[in-house]
Design a protein. Structure first.
Length: 86
């Protein structure tokens, strides 16, 4: 996932359904962490995702090829790009 939005837990929930069994894939979140609002705070972020396993956070920007490589985008099965309302 590239970016962070309010209610990210609701996006992760269907990816972590128990009916998927053992085929749970790791989720990598690439985020610049510089939104300037509550979404960039540690408390907000961890309250949203702390119940899930195999979620990895990488600080970076989806527009930067080096950051995408750091997030191993070439190995991704799928990619979700999240945008701010602005």
């Amino acid at each position: 996932m590239c970016g962070m939005v309010k209610g990210i837990r609701n996006l992760i929930l269907p990816l972590r359904l128990k009916s998927l069994g053992t085929q749970k894939r790791p989720i990598v979140i690439l985020s610049d962490g510089d939104t300037g609002d509550e979404m960039s705070s540690d408390a907000y972020f961890w309250n949203e995702i702390n119940r899930f396993e195999d979620i990895y956070i990488i600080k970076g920007n989806a527009l930067n090829p080096a950051d995408l490589e750091k997030a191993r985008v070439s190995k991704a099965k799928s990619i979700i790009i999240l945008a701010k309302n602005t």
